[in-house]
Design a protein. Sequence first.
Length: 276
Amino acid sequence: MEHRKCYLAINLAVLLVSFAVLALAYDGRSLLALRPQASLVFFVTACAVFGLKLVRLYLVFVNTGLRFRTHALQFFKTLLVSLVLPFKLGDVFRVYCYGTHIGNFLRSFMAVLLDRFVDTLALVCIFLALVAFRSAALPWLLYVLGAFLLVVMLCYAAFPSLYAYWSEYLLRSRATMQRLRYLRFLQQTNVLYQEFRSVVQGRLLLLFLLSMLAWTAELFCIARFFGEDVAAYLLAAAGLAGDRVQQQFVLFGILLVLAVMLLGYVLRWGRRNMKS
């Protein structure tokens, strides 16, 4: 019961901070300037992008026993935070929420890391294609994203040898409670690594294609219908710059997510009343 109260309190605090940032950093009046045609474009794009990301993240968590209904609620709730807070701080909240529901925070972290890795890989590929097509200089954001991909790939490649070395070292060392804790942690990490590896080998291509479709839909909408520079838009999305169209898309997305969540709660309440 206390754990549930703590979970709800943290959720409430994070959502309140997010809405405070939204009120201070975003101009809600910018939505009033949208023409009906632009609103329709935003609606179709947001539905496509959020839908693809919803399916992609579920494929990452599919082996955890998480029900799709629970996943959808956590996805849209954490999406609200991710849309508002800069530097992908919403992913920390996502790790916490999913970790609470599956009962394993390390597993949740690995799943969110994989989701973020695939999303970044797709974005880098699109960036490189744009640079090659336009013969432009590489934006500095691409170097940051590339460094993140490199770190994840190096960790993935180095883990088996590190696990083998430290497992053998701890097994040969003097038996202590601390050594047993380290061994248990290594074994749990290795189990997660094997799950991570199975997802990479079996679903990575599908996850990558879903990410490519999501980014293509969003960036095509921004470039084709609003004439925005893609690099400037992505900087704004990362929280490093102010961009009117990016703010409009975020605000529109938040309204859409709130509407979906409200509809979900209404349907859930209706089903409970019918059963009672």
